[in-house]
Design a protein around this ligand. Structure first.
Ligand code: MG
Length: 378
């Protein structure tokens, strides 16, 4: 983002009285600088329910709504927004998130820039609750990015030009519906096909009857036998598939390691990959990992996961749940350095209340808005 005098004035005005100090660069430009002013962070939250445009079916279940919790952290008149997306199979709900968020006391923190200290406190408050923790992490990143007047991809030092294409997901369905959904997704240059529901060949053939774009597949642990899995991988390679996500049970390390060793396509961990601590044991078992903010407690840990996976020479995929543009824009801040992105969750819902990252010509396109790069729709 080009920081103009106008944006400085905007930031300064926005935070007037917020313990702001003004300093000057050599050429006389003013820079805003903040210090703790004695007022603590204010956390608020409200439940919301996402309406899905289509019934969404994967190998284990179907649904038409997703429960989310929308959070805000306010400090000195500046508000950061966050979100917890809680698909039922992850075990979190409006009730659990309410309990978790109510247990936090962020007013004890007078300085939002001490993010490590604040997020260590949030992570240690209760075990689990990863999506609820992510909702605080995202709101804090949004707040601090706004105070710095920069989007996070710039704070981390990444380039907006290197973002990947994003996949668009086609759920398991009958052939006619799969063909219709694939035609609807013609703007996307790569698709993710859900399989593992017993009709794998039919799913792929239906998609291939209307498009030649590269595909990746997500089995959601649906394959049970490793030799049968390897035969399927070879068949899928001939169909132009790019990678295979979570082919077998997340606990089945031995067969997955054998499959990865013998597979001509990268094998990516999703359900098996939660927190940064999982990476060490997944290294050598999978070719790469699908990192999602809602699984790993948010942007702070996702940043660590992606950077660590890259240093281990593992493939990286930035994924999502069904989310508003709040969670999706936050995740997209990391997309400039990943191999693939699966950031379509906001496109699967009909009641998004935010706008931020856009998919243009199939590519993740970051906004220059500060923080997590999104705003509330008016
Ligand atoms: Mg998956």
């Amino acid at each position: 983002m080009k920081t103009t005098r106008r944006t400085f004035i905007g930031a300064t005005t926005m935070a007037a009285g917020a313990g702001i100090l003004t300093s000057f660069t050599k050429d006389g430009k003013t820079l805003p600088r903040y210090k703790a002013s004695g007022n603590g962070l204010k956390l608020s939250f409200r439940p919301y329910e996402l309406q899905l445009k289509h019934v969404f079916t994967i190998a284990s279940n179907s649904r038409t709504t997703t429960a989310v919790m929308l959070t805000e952290i306010e400090w000195e008149g500046v508000i950061g927004y966050g979100e917890a997306s809680m698909p039922p199979y992850l075990g979190e709900s409006h009730q659990t998130a309410t309990k978790f968020l109510s247990s936090l006391n962020l007013s004890q923190f007078k300085d939002p820039f001490r993010m490590e200290e604040i997020l260590d406190y949030v992570d240690a408050a209760l075990p689990g609750n990863c999506a609820a923790k992510a909702s605080v992490d995202i709101a804090l990143h949004d707040l601090v990015g706004k105070l710095l007047n920069q989007p996070w991809y710039r704070i981390w030092g990444y380039s907006a030009e290197t973002t990947p294409l994003t996949t668009f997901t086609i759920g398991i369905d009958k052939s006619a519906e799969v063909i219709a959904k694939t035609k609807e997704a013609s703007a996307f240059k790569i698709l993710k096909i859900k399989i593992g529901g017993g009709n794998d060949e039919e799913m792929i053939k239906s998609v291939r009857s209307v498009t030649n774009v590269p595909l990746c597949v997500d089995v959601n642990q649906g394959w049970k036998d490793r030799q049968e899995a390897l035969d399927k991988v070879h068949w899928l390679k001939e169909q132009g598939i790019v990678f295979i996500e979570q082919p077998m049970d997340k606990h089945n390390f031995d067969d997955t390691a054998w499959l990865t060793q013998n597979s001509p396509l990268p094998i990516i961990a999703d359900e098996a990959m939660q927190r940064v601590g999982d990476l060490e044991r997944l290294h050598g078992v999978y070719s790469g990992v699908n990192c999602k903010l809602m699984k790993c407690t948010g942007m702070r840990e996702a940043h660590k996961i992606i950077e660590m996976a890259r240093s281990l020479k593992m493939k990286t995929l930035m994924g999502c749940m069904t989310e508003t543009s709040c969670g999706i824009s936050a995740a997209s801040q990391l997309s400039p350095i990943v191999d693939w992105a699966d950031l379509d969750g906001n496109l699967l819902i009909s009641n998004d209340i935010f706008e931020g990252m856009k998919v243009i010509d199939g590519k993740v396109t970051l906004s220059d808005l500060p923080g997590i790069g999104m705003r509330k729709k008016v």
